[in-house]
Design a protein around this ligand. Structure first.
Ligand SMILES: C[S@@+](CC[C@H](N)C(=O)[O-])C[C@H]1O[C@@H](n2cnc3c(N)ncnc32)[C@H](O)[C@@H]1O
Length: 511
């Protein structure tokens, strides 16, 4: 369904409840500093098209010193997001206004950070121009724009799939089918059609593979990804041309593994790319080498190189937290060209210091590693990798912690209350990292049980089983529905594992 206010955007199913750490403004400092650029201190932040608003709710709750603003024109989503912010006791100003309306409000401050995730590719040129104009007028000098978008050449072979699905929905779809029905029908049509081996499928075997993957994805996500009127994947240079008006320049990928060329390209490709005299051409060569499909980038208004000595002194003051449990510490890292080992000599001392899951300054890490013969350059590259793997996270500002904790606990209780019936939110808020932490449904409910005073895994499991039973729900494991006591046994095993491995981490992260 397309309404007058929706500008061709899918509005008859609401979006999924994803959390995206890239939208956390406090998280952009390290990737930028490690890439050699100045990074802002953030006072005012804005998220455009926040969907269900899980990211903005978590950030508003966990960052009392940041003034949060945002909009999403879908009123049910904006209502949900506002409710979550209210339940957290935070005071983000969230609206259900279209970009054109919100971006011209007279009561907005200038921003240090503007974020938009999953928006740029799916809106009209007219709306893109509204956003660029907003960034030009409202992003402070030195401020950061985070924007993600579907990228060329990675979509070249598979973009025709989307075209045909959309055409099928337009021609064959009936309004009464609803968008999910039309998406399902279009997928069935594609399946039958590609099985006939049209030359397109023969020339693009990757498209056939993609269709197989698509079929398993969340239908709400698929409707938003494939069924909008607008859908324009872009080359890096086209994006750059759009953003030039806003006076921003590319700083760093928010997905820091993308910044490590040696992980994603062969040595000859790296040399070829580095020989290009122009930074924009180098990014494009890189995107071709890895067949980039989706970029998540930080752009800076007034990009300034941070001088060598200043880079080191600024980095030393940044604090990081280990967000992975002891059993899950990474041993390898995978890039576009394959897998690389994380050398024990460098990574073991890092884990040794960080294993208390408390914030540590990079200066502490430097001293600890220096004693073991590891230098600052090696440490910097290890931090880039560990950030990309999600094994470490920048710590939030220490002075805000008790106010943040009151709010994040209230938000987590609200999230867990929802999870009593449905499992669509898989993230809790942490005051220590001022961001989100993965929290699957049953773990949230074990936590809720513990908050209510239960002490042992058996008690946590019994609590969750009673909740499931009261709603006629059972656990699905390996595709099969568990019967009777098998549910309790499964929950006990999960509660034991949660208590032993996850709870200590959550406690350290202030959950
Ligand atoms: C693909 S979803 C992404 C949501 C969220 N950023 C996320 O990644 O979870 C795009 C969102 O943008 C919103 N949107 C699209 N066009 C808009 C417009 N012109 N003004 C305001 N919101 C818009 C939609 O309602 C939708 O929630």
């Amino acid at each position: 369904m397309s309404t007058e206010w929706s500008a061709g955007y899918v509005t008859d199913v609401n979006y999924t409840f994803g959390y995206y750490g890239e939208l956390n403004p406090l998280r952009c400092r390290l990737p930028l500093l490690l890439s050699g650029w100045h990074a802002p201190k953030v006072e005012n932040a804005c998220e455009l098209g926040f969907g269900q608003g899980l990211s903005v709710s978590i950030h508003a709750a966990a960052q009392p010193s940041v003034n949060w603003y945002g909009t999403d024109f879908n009123p049910s989503q904006a209502a949900f997001a506002s409710e979550m912010v209210g339940l957290a006791g935070a005071d983000a100003k969230l609206y259900d206004e279209a970009f054109a309306e919100f971006c011209h409000r007279a009561d907005l401050p200038d921003f240090d950070f503007i974020g938009l995730h999953g928006i740029w590719t799916w809106i009209s040129d007219e709306n893109r121009a509204v956003l660029v104009d907003f960034v030009r007028r409202k992003l402070k000098p030195g401020g950061v724009l985070y924007v993600s978008y579907n990228t060329l050449p990675g979509w070249s072979a598979t973009a025709p799939l989307r075209h045909l699905m959309k055409r099928h929905a337009e021609v064959m779809g009936a309004p009464g089918q609803g968008i999910i029905g039309r998406t399902d029908a279009a997928l069935g049509f594609m399946d039958r059609f590609l099985a006939l081996e049209p030359l397109y499928a023969k020339a693009n075997p990757v498209a056939v593979e993609r269709l197989k993957q698509i079929k398993d994805q969340d239908r709400k996500y698929l409707a938003h990804e494939y069924m909008n009127r607008d859908w324009s994947p872009m080359y890096f240079s086209d994006m750059e041309a759009w953003l030039r008006e806003a006076k921003v320049s590319f700083g760093s990928s928010a997905f820091t593994l993308d910044n490590i060329h040696e992980l994603n390209m062969t040595p000859a490709q790296v040399e070829f790319m580095r020989s290009a005299p122009d930074a924009s051409l180098r990014e494009t060569i890189r995107d071709f080498c890895v067949n980039q499909q989706f970029r998540r980038d930080y752009w800076v208004r007034g990009l300034r190189a941070v001088a060598g000595h200043e880079q080191v002194t600024t980095l030393r003051e940044e604090r990081v937290v280990l967000t992975t449990g002891k059993e899950e510490l990474p041993k390898t890292v995978r890039g576009a060209t394959g897998e690389a080992l994380l050398l024990d000599q460098i990574y073991q001392p890092i884990f040794e210091l960080l294993l208390d899951h408390r914030p540590h300054t990079i200066q502490e890490l430097e001293s600890h590693l220096g004693a073991k013969g590891v230098n600052f350059v090696q440490l910097s590259s290890a931090l880039m990798i560990l950030l990309g793997l999600g094994a470490i996270h920048p710590a939030g500002p220490g002075q805000d912690i008790s106010k943040a904790k009151t709010r994040t606990t209230a938000l987590n209780k609200a999230i867990a209350r929802r999870s009593v019936s449905v499992g669509d939110i898989g993230t809790f808020a942490s005051p220590v990292i001022a961001g989100g932490v993965a929290a699957p449904r049953f773990q949230q409910l074990f936590w809720m049980s513990k908050q209510n005073g239960a002490k042992t895994p058996d008690e946590w499991a019994a609590f969750v089983w009673s909740l499931l039973q009261s709603q006629g729900q059972a656990i699905i494991k390996d595709g099969a529905t568990l019967q009777g006591d098998a549910n309790l046994a499964e929950l006990k095993a999960q509660a034991e594992a949660w208590g032993a491995k996850v709870l200590p981490l959550w406690t350290a992260l202030g959950l």
